[in-house]
Ligand binder design. Sequence first.
Ligand SMILES: Cc1ncc(C[n+]2csc(CCOP(=O)(O)OP(=O)(O)O)c2C)c(N)n1
Length: 276
Amino acid sequence: MDSSRLSDAKIREKAKQIRLKSIEMVYTAKSGHPGGSLSIADVLATLYFREMKIDPANPVDPDRDMLVMSKGHASPALYATLSLRGYFPETLLPGFRKLPSKLEGHVHYGVPGVEASTGSLGQGLGIAVGMALASKLDGRKNRIYAIIGDGEIQEGSIWESFMAGSKYRLDNLTVFLDKNGVQLDGFTDDIMPMPMIPERVRSFGWNVVEIDGHSIPEISSSISKARECKDKPTLIYAKTVKGKGVSYMENNPKYHGNAPETEELYNQAIKELSTQ
Ligand SMILES: Cc1ncc(C[n+]2csc(CCOP(=O)(O)OP(=O)(O)O)c2C)c(N)n1
């Protein structure tokens, strides 16, 4: 057992920091995407602070694990995670969405620790499939992760990637679906109902694990199950709450792509997140 493994409580504290920094960034920039950043914070904290084999001092190690944030608008959460993990100084975060900062509004490859530019939905999963295939062809033992949104999976290219993932038996690929039920301008069930997603993805030849995407033990055990599964890629269907941790943002499509509008709302968000 790895004695450096962080406790669940410590991972939860990292997730809290990711949420706080995400809100600070979008409030400072007066723009950005808080809702889908807050929903995926626990998954990012568990991956980067417990599960992924990475070394921020050597971000181009060819044997590193890699993550593609296919829902690239969740850049605040990824940038906050990477800075907390030591890829770049936290003092750079307030530059988010401002020139000449590299912290572009959608995930940008020029930022240390970022593996692919994303933001055009539906593209990142294909990139991750390509990375996983390349790793297999090169005989590497590293693992590839991707995070996709439940609005994003309305893109046909996501299903092409699912097909390719099983065709090439990419058991080194683990994909988190952030199932928060909300997309840009409403609820996914109203805009494009997609029932039985786990069954559909299974029928594409994938291993599918369903979890509470805010439970650190469930996130970790699902990653272990993905590691144990041979010959198939794994989709982790993570049920989450969009805007998790800020009462007025939770399940509210308005805060998909809007910063807190007033200082009062900003202070409320920080207070609520700080006291969890
Ligand atoms: C190809 C493409 N079409 C439209 C958009 C605009 N857009 C940005 S985020 C978003 C909704 C995404 O919803 P979801 O995948 O559920 O993300 P989450 O709720 O997790 O933030 C849309 C339509 C885009 N970035 N790319």
